[in-house]
Ligand binder design. Structure first.
Ligand SMILES: C[S@@+](CC[C@H](N)C(=O)[O-])C[C@H]1O[C@@H](n2cnc3c(N)ncnc32)[C@H](O)[C@@H]1O
Length: 194
């Protein structure tokens, strides 16, 4: 099976349980809450958001303000939940969708817990920067060999990629891979166009 189909199948099957899992104390997911803190710190309260690898659209439960959400995701089932939260869905791969989106067409481009699945991070970053009018917010997981071995999907370590001129660039304890109890460090990025 092609890798993207493995990811699609995995998240289609998880979709109905995803929110419960993401909020569980065992998973200890912190990166979404950290994104919320960044929005608060910079007083970002309204505008359009492109959520890259949006999953069920949990981000929209957390952010306070008046935002319009569009989400890219390869999993139709995850997107169904995002649609119920008011997302405009783009059912496509990140790699396929980003090049087709116009320059500066969303105020904010956010990608949380998703870029580890993308092989060519430089291409994705180039498009994400091009699409964002006001700011980007990203989480980049530190993907260790231990995590790669524990994952049923192909994942990539982009945690050391150079991102120049970021206003925020720091590490948090992002989440825990529950099956093997592996704690994952996550790099949080906030960057505005120069
Ligand atoms: C860990 S979930 C994160 C979802 C959401 N951003 C959150 O933080 O709750 C990863 C999501 O990325 C999607 N995804 C992974 N690789 C993808 C790709 N190459 N193209 C599109 N979606 C992808 C999955 O289907 C899944 O919904």
């Amino acid at each position: 099976m092609k890798e993207i189909n493995v990811i699609e199948k995995y998240y289609d099957e998880l979709a109905a349980r995803y929110d419960e899992k993401a909020k569980s104390p065992e998973l200890n997911g912190q990166y979404l809450n950290e994104a919320k803190k960044i929005f608060q710190r910079y007083n970002l309260q309204k505008g359009s958001i492109l959520d890259v690898g949006c999953g069920t659209g949990l981000l929209s439960d957390l952010l306070e303000g008046d935002f319009e959400y569009t989400g890219i995701d390869v999993s139709a089932r995850m997107l169904q939940y995002a649609s119920q939260r008011g997302y405009k869905p783009i059912h496509q791969t990140i790699e396929g969708a980003l090049p087709e989106i116009e320059n500066q067409s969303y105020d904010f481009v956010v990608s949380l817990g998703a870029l580890l699945f993308v092989e060519d991070i430089q291409a994705s970053l180039k498009y994400i920067k091009r699409i964002a009018l006001k700011a980007i917010v990203l989480s980049l997981d530190c993907v260790t060999d231990e995590l790669i071995q524990a994952s049923s999907m192909t994942i990539y370590d982009h945690s050391k990629v150079e991102i120049l001129n970021a206003l925020e660039d720091y590490l948090i304890l992002g989440w825990t891979k529950t099956s093997q109890n592996i704690s994952v460090n996550t790099r949080m990025i906030y960057r505005t166009p120069i």
